[in-house]
Design a protein around this ligand. Sequence first.
Ligand SMILES: Cc1cc2nc3c(=O)[nH]c(=O)nc-3n(C[C@H](O)[C@H](O)[C@H](O)COP(=O)(O)OP(=O)(O)OC[C@H]3O[C@@H](n4cnc5c(N)ncnc54)[C@H](O)[C@@H]3O)c2cc1C
Length: 468
Amino acid sequence: MLALRFATVRRLSTLNGVAAAANSAASATTQSAITPSTPTSKPQEFDVGVIGGGIVGMATARELSLRLPQLRIAVFEKESGLGAHQTGHNSGVIHAGIYYKPGSLKAKLCVEGLRLTYDYCDKKNIPYKKCGKLIVARSEEEIPGLKALFDRGQQNNVPDLRMIGVDEMKRIEPHCVGVQAIHSPVTGIVDWLQVTNSYADDFTANERNRVLTNHEVTSLDSVDPLNPRAYQHGVVVSFKSKPAVRCRYIITCAGMNSDRIAQKAGGQSEPVMVPIRGEYLTLKPDRRNLVNGLIYPVPDPTLPFLGVHFTPTMKGDVLLGPNAVFAFAREGYKFFDINPRDMFSALLFPGFQRLALKYWKFGMGEMYRSRFLSAQVKLLQDYVPEVTINDVQRGMAGIRAQAMDHHGNLVDDFVFETAVQPEGGPAASRTAHLLHVRNAPSPGATSSLAIAKVISDKAQEMFNLRQA
Ligand SMILES: Cc1cc2nc3c(=O)[nH]c(=O)nc-3n(C[C@H](O)[C@H](O)[C@H](O)COP(=O)(O)OP(=O)(O)OC[C@H]3O[C@@H](n4cnc5c(N)ncnc54)[C@H](O)[C@@H]3O)c2cc1C
């Protein structure tokens, strides 16, 4: 497994190697005066820079600032607003944690994140709906898969999960067909962009902190480029058309660009991100009454994606989908959006070639269904037969940052990278000052408050940051 989790011997020894340096740097940080920014003066300085203003970056910056209010923290976001990519283009589900491998970070952080999200929304008066979710077996053949999923949910301690029969299923979703279902009443919906903006409000309530939008990070360099061991003095963060700043420590939460950003700072070459577009249809307004809550299929274990589902949103829409098609651009929300760099880097990556070879039939089917809506509607009719082509219209699309290795294995779990080079090399001292979130796929939004705690624990330990 290429994922570097927090407790490998090699990484710990690497971290120990820089502990003393990090120690003295950290105490200097909390004591030093920060130079205010003026156009001609020294670069602006921050204790911690968080790259990426999606939900994971904002949750992390918020958590770290609440724990250590004496720090001056900046979030650097390349777009003009927060949550412009995965965070603002998702299904808006508060997941309960049913699907994930027991013992995985995903399982643990989703269940914890669910609870934290509801508590947070209650506290902040952010609207949500606990509309519940059905996972539906369409035939007897799908029942073993449904039962295995139910066992998984129980092992993951998902609250209030129940197996239900047809009568109860019909009471919950009168238009849905199937032979048996899992009911998860705690699954809900929320607007994750609203949640992200609320995290930003909490964060900027501390006047030391800054959210700097239109700040696209182009490089992460040592303060002294001639001395590769000088990272203990901080990192120079350069931007496209903005003055550089200095940060003592960096946390990268760059979503789809997490591989490229990590590599700018000596991170591992894998996992690589491949953009997979998920396109949604929506129910026309007069047919939204076909669905009350979320309706999901029993996932096919031979396929890497969940399958189309029905998802009401806080705006009142009902999303249908998503499918999964290769995107020709990392930010290519439309079918014909092409970015040659993104396209060729994915197509020439051996991992993607192997994956495409393995799933070519499924991939072609998804491309076909993407163009011909009647084919997509056919899949939906397996669950709600009354839906017809006249009831649907094209909706939004999201781009999934699909992490994979060079064998074509999909990286499923959350991945955080703390050190990647053997001790003694130039990157070893650099990585003592950098922490990378390398993979934060779904249910990353649900898990964001729990992920933020894990990252903040690690940042405090690794950067030796203590309360004043
Ligand atoms: C189609 C789809 C549906 C989903 N549905 C759900 C769901 O229902 N529930 C759920 O819990 N999760 C869902 N997810 C997953 C969830 O959206 C993600 O896990 C989460 O948004 C990841 O947040 P992030 O902050 O890591 O990434 P992002 O939101 O992508 O944020 C990364 C940020 O980094 C910025 N950035 C990148 N490069 C740079 C740079 N060089 N300089 C500065 N900034 C940079 C980007 O502009 C971006 O704003 C879904 C995902 C997709 C794609």
